[in-house]
Design a binder for this molecule. Structure first.
Ligand code: SF4
Ligand code: SF4
Length: 332
């Protein structure tokens, strides 16, 4: 069965979920998703982001580390990669070559971008490469609020790029990439969300609009998260991520999730261990065990993480299933 095939992806996803619900710290062979940081440089300084606080060295995923990663992925059949994490992926000069390499291995490739660098040339190329999903992070429908949230950005450019890609897809009659608009719910855009302005402005250019709550990045960023009736409910929950995914930094360090942006809880290094070994490594099992026992205090990164408090596993599960169904209908 092909790696990116819907059934294969669903099978691996179901195995992760089964382990999660049966509270197993020893898990099935593959995670569903590998989050890959191609760079932790960024061209913005967004209000709700950890980027300005990041202390680790800035850099780019080198050819050498990429080769090790590809060798790993050749033998270890993770079906889905997300190019995201500590920066803007399109700042990497080799990003298109890297997408091509992942696609050659028949991996479903998804990218998260602020959209400012997705110019005409990039749009043409990502369509040629059959990139599967592109997420444009645009959190407002007007210039003033956008500039307040996406500091250093320019809504006109991001929107122009989004429109161009969308029109090009229609012109070429292609389905890929699936275009998602990612909106982080902050106090500044509350009314725009409530009045459905995102759908009105961007709806005809995107395939899906996704709203998510701002994060506190394991307690390091003091965001003004909207709590309450129309905002998020806070509850101590068992986070699904250590069962479902792993994240890798541009220099090959592996962490349990993308919230650990400064590598506070390293679980491996692909220069020393394989991804298959890291999936079952004791440090990652320790996190699963601590979460199962709801002993959040014993794991530094999970202790203050608002992500687990805000995101119900059922909601994540529902969103993932919904997104797979939308994908299936859209991409066939
Ligand atoms: S949210 Fe994304 S675009 Fe904004 S500063 Fe952080 S990494 Fe950069
Ligand atoms: S609880 Fe937070 S820090 Fe811990 S694994 Fe989940 S998302 Fe990551």
């Amino acid at each position: 069965m092909k790696r990116s095939n819907f059934l294969n992806r669903s099978w691996i996803f179901a195995s992760c979920i089964k382990d999660y619900f049966f509270k197993k710290d020893r898990v099935s062979k593959y995670p569903h998703t590998l989050i890959i940081e191609t760079t932790n440089h960024c061209n913005l300084s967004c209000k709700m982001c950890f980027h300005k606080k990041m202390k680790r060295k800035k850099g780019f995923l080198s050819k050498k580390t990429m080769k090790i990663l590809l060798n790993n992925l050749r033998n270890y059949k993770i079906p889905h990669v997300q190019l995201a994490f500590g920066g803007e992926p399109f700042l990497h000069p080799k990003i298109l070559d890297y997408i091509k390499e992942f696609k050659k291995l028949d991996i479903k490739v998804e990218i998260f971008t602020n959209g400012l660098l997705v110019n005409k040339d990039i749009s043409n190329k990502i369509i040629d490469l059959e990139l599967d999903i592109i997420n444009f992070s645009i959190d407002s429908t007007n210039n003033k609020t956008y500039s307040k949230i996406r500091r250093g950005g320019n809504l006109n450019i991001a929107f122009k790029n989004l429109k161009y890609l969308s029109k090009l897809k229609k012109q070429l009659k292609v389905k890929k990439p699936f275009i998602r608009l990612c909106v982080t719910k902050v106090k500044d855009n509350r009314l725009e969300i409530r009045n459905n302005l995102f759908k009105k402005k961007y709806g005809k250019y995107v395939d899906y609009i996704y709203y998510n709550y701002e994060n506190n990045w394991i307690g390091s960023v003091n965001n003004e998260v909207i709590i309450g009736k129309r905002g998020v409910e806070e509850r101590d929950r068992i986070c699904l991520f250590p069962w479902l995914l792993m994240a890798i930094t541009h220099d090959g360090k592996v962490v349990p999730c993308c919230c650990d942006y400064d590598i506070n809880y390293q679980i491996g290094d692909i220069h020393k261990e394989t991804l298959g070994q890291i999936r079952h490594i004791k440090r990652l099992r320790d996190i699963r065990q601590a979460l199962i026992k709801r002993d959040y205090d014993s794991i530094r990164i999970c202790k203050k993480c608002l992500w687990r408090k805000h995101n119900s596993p059922f909601k994540l599960l529902f969103n993932r299933i919904k997104s797979e169904i939308v994908d299936l209908i859209h991409l066939k």
